[in-house]
Design a protein around this ligand. Sequence first.
Ligand code: CO
Length: 148
Amino acid sequence: MAIRNIVKIGDDVLRKTCRSQLSFDDKLATVLDDMAETMYKAEGVGLAAPQIGILRRYCVVDVGDGLIELINPVIIEKSGKQTGSEGCLSIPERFEEVERPMNVTVRAQDRNGNNIEIKAEGFKARAFCHEIDHLDGVLYIDKIKKVK
Ligand code: CO
């Protein structure tokens, strides 16, 4: 495993739309292992492939209850609302209030290509939304709650 360099805001790679991951091979497994190691080292709760310069649709998340790998994730259900502080490993030392759904259901594949479906609420739902946004070039600062 290896620590990867985390791309920082200002780099165009963070603004691209990622393509689907079609092969479930050793190369993907290695990148996923590296992403988890990189996320833990940086003390983050999620990391998306574009954040290490790979324009493919996958991410890793661990909000404290175990590592989750999401390949080609799609939010198929969402409900409720929550507003809370959010940060991003690509935007160091900045935290802002962002509104997110309280509950989401995500359909994805695991590293072997098996279909998975995961329900999440609260902070985990927030993390899923944040990482999946990265796959479409969206950063949380695009969603900062407007002061009315
Ligand atoms: Co982020």
